[in-house]
Design a protein around this ligand. Sequence first.
Ligand code: SAH
Ligand code: SF4
Length: 348
Amino acid sequence: MPDSTAVDIASLDTPGLAAALEALGQPAYRTRQLVAWLYARLAPDFEAMTDLPAALREALSEYCTLTHPTLVETQRSADGTRKYAWRFADGTVVESVGIPTGDRLTVCFSTQAGCVMGCTFCATGRGGFVRNLHPGEMAWQVTLVGRDFGMRASNAVAMGQGEPFLNYEATLGGLRLMRSKDGLGIGARHLTISTSGVIPGIERLSTEPEQFTLAVSLHSAVQATRDRLMPGTRRWPLVALRDTLIDYTQRTGRRPTLEFALIAGENDTPAEVTALADFAGGWMCHVNLIPVNPVPGTGAARPTDVRVAEVAALLTRRGIETSVRVERGTDIDAACGQLTQRHRTGSG
Ligand code: SAH
Ligand code: SF4
């Protein structure tokens, strides 16, 4: 039995697992075996890892704990999207979403339980912050959703609950477990991080060797509006955000997406759209317009389809690459911004 000082195996990223195995006198290739057992093959315990030496399995069982998240609830949308609530060993609950498209499966996973940023239109932001997730807790969400669909996830997006760059190390560790051929084998370009605009995180990501995809939640290019909609982002002003993003494109050669949830009468006005065009103009980005998803109590309403199309046309005329997101899973509150902490009391 593990004692109370035992390490939660999910808290270790790949270098952490390698260091633990090295401390147990193991050769380097054992790390790959362990990653495969944990995140591809979903071994329920160390004993099940039959190609590891018995003494190692015993040592791992003594020094580490391995507890898969348990499924609290699944909801299925008419469009095939499924939403999951998972409970970790300490009782913390998070949600993930599986979105099938033809032979592809995109998994939207959470990086934190709750979020400190407090965006007014987002169900997660309204619920407050609980804790950071571990790398293995992120990878497990993706593997478990894939298993439920009977297929491997082809894409994973850090667009569930939480601000990934306020849990930078663990998020990168989680993405690397997903990318690893021993883990989930998802190509870096098919792994996306969405940030509300945490500048130090964007800068750091531009120095990483992998070609992870970056999305930034903009939602307004007018400082006063953005301060109101996304109060947690006030310390990273728009002018600095734009400079950081331009620098990111120059360093990486990659095109970030600017996510813009259109809220009627709030950020779809002519002045807002002009500011958005000015922000996005002249550098390599892509604007993704998302008609806001309903979240009770926020009062944020969707613009008409006509207005959404007008905004898209205006941006395109200004030479900005623009798309309109077709939301999935709205009927089960699985769409962007609809993930909550409602399960967190543990009542399920
Ligand atoms: N915290 C990160 C990632 C998770 S949110 C971030 O904010 O980027 C995923 C996306 O959904 C973000 O672009 C977020 O701004 C957006 N979003 C939040 N609430 C929404 C809502 N009610 N309707 C549409 N998009 C929403
Ligand atoms: Fe947090 Fe993103 Fe929701 Fe804002 S939109 S509260 S940053 S999860």
